[in-house]
Ligand binder design. Structure first.
Ligand SMILES: [Zn+2]
Length: 378
């Protein structure tokens, strides 16, 4: 199957020219709808500017997803972040990689498949609010509208030059645990009569840095956790022993654990290190996910990448990814594969290499067809 590379690049440029911060996706959603209509597809837009369309028919159904919103440009750009400029095989602008490359790839794939007889159904879901808050609410309504057997997120990188393609089959979870360590204020000329909350926090941090508290798993892939203290605030006055110290402990959890597990472990460590005089609370978190590398959608993607001459392997993402939420929402296996250029998400002078987005799109298209074949066609 041939993809129209001119269409891919032009569409990507058009998409980049429309700013689409979280909650500002209306215009870009409209462009996507009009592109789908040009192909003769009917698209539905919900109140949050998620766009859904589908094509083909048959029992097997697969989801293809990318997100419409981008982070704001931020400072320090040397070019117009909304130019969509094409230079030396790269398209520049905010969202060029993350994630409008994926959106353009989806439209290009749809355009190629719409004229073919598909042995299954392809559901296109363009999501809003990936980068901002409130996505749980914005996506709740999608549960009833999308009915699929598996899914492909195009929100990862690929390296076309070195022919390397990761197939993401899961991600670690995240938890932010808030700890308040208590002490006793006193005049700093006689600190031994107070209890220094910063020193107590230090004792706790020392324990938290011990690799003993990290869990690991071996199957289906080896994954190790991280714990990092990311915020610390303590003390109020230069001549007073501080009576409280606040900190945020950031966990990157095994994909199978819930954020509550992080709280349980901080409590254990605090009980050991401090015994009393502390408060621990879960501030927020998201569960990761992992699927079997032998599941049809993962196999379909791995084979597709190999067919296109790539070295491909399954991996569990270190950071939390949107595929985890889609996995939970639709209750099906999801992989994330690339159309982005590595290191080009949320950076100034963002770009995507045309070769990356084009090869990523080819692999995604082949993954869809492989999935229909592997899962028994229509
Ligand atoms: Zn993204």
């Amino acid at each position: 199957m041939e993809l129209d590379s001119d269409y891919l690049v032009k569409t990507l440029q058009e998409l980049v020219k429309i700013p689409s911060p979280p909650r500002g996706e209306e215009k870009v959603a409209k462009l996507v709808v009009s592109k789908l209509q040009e192909m003769g597809l009917r698209a539905e837009v919900d109140g949050y500017f998620n766009v859904i369309a589908d094509l083909g028919s048959g029992k097997r159904r697969v989801l293809l997803n990318a997100h419409l919103d981008t982070v704001p440009p931020g400072n320090g750009w040397t070019i117009d972040p909304y130019s969509g400029m094409l230079r030396e095989g790269k398209v520049y602008g905010r969202g060029a990689s993350d994630n409008k490359a994926g959106v353009a790839a989806m439209l290009t794939i749809a355009k190629a498949l719409v004229t073919q007889h598909l042995p299954g159904r392809l559901v296109l879901l363009f999501t809003s609010r990936e980068e901002g808050g409130g996505k749980v609410r914005a996506r709740r309504g999608l549960k009833d509208k999308v009915d699929v057997d598996a899914g492909i997120c195009l929100d990862h990188y690929i390296d076309a030059e070195d022919r390397r393609c990761e197939v993401v089959i899961g991600c670690r979870g995240i938890a932010n645990v808030e700890v308040i360590v208590e002490g006793k204020a006193y005049h700093s000329s006689e600190p031994e009569l107070g209890v220094n909350a910063i020193y107590r926090a230090y004792d706790l941090i020392s324990e938290l840095r011990s690799p003993r508290i990290l869990q690991r798993m071996e199957r289906p892939l080896p994954v190790v956790e991280n714990v990092t203290v990311t915020v610390i605030k303590g003390g109020e006055w230069p001549t007073m022993v501080p009576d409280s110290c606040y900190m945020n402990v950031n966990f990157r959890l095994l994909p199978t654990l819930s954020p509550k597990d992080a709280v349980r472990r901080v409590l254990e460590v605090a009980n050991r290190a401090l015994k009393h005089g502390f408060k621990v609370r879960l501030k927020g978190g998201l569960k990761g996910y992992v699927i079997e590398p032998s599941s049809p959608i993962a196999k379909a993607a791995l084979e597709a990448a190999k067919d296109e001459g790539f070295k491909a392997w399954p991996t569990v993402a270190k950071g939390w990814i949107d595929a985890a939420q889609l996995h939970r929402l639709f209750n099906v296996p999801i992989v994330s594969i690339g159309t982005m250029t590595r290191g080009q998400a949320h950076v100034k002078d963002e770009y995507v290499k045309v070769a990356d987005v084009l090869n990523g799109a080819r692999i995604a298209a082949k993954t869809i067809l492989n999935f229909f074949k592997l899962s028994g066609g229509s």
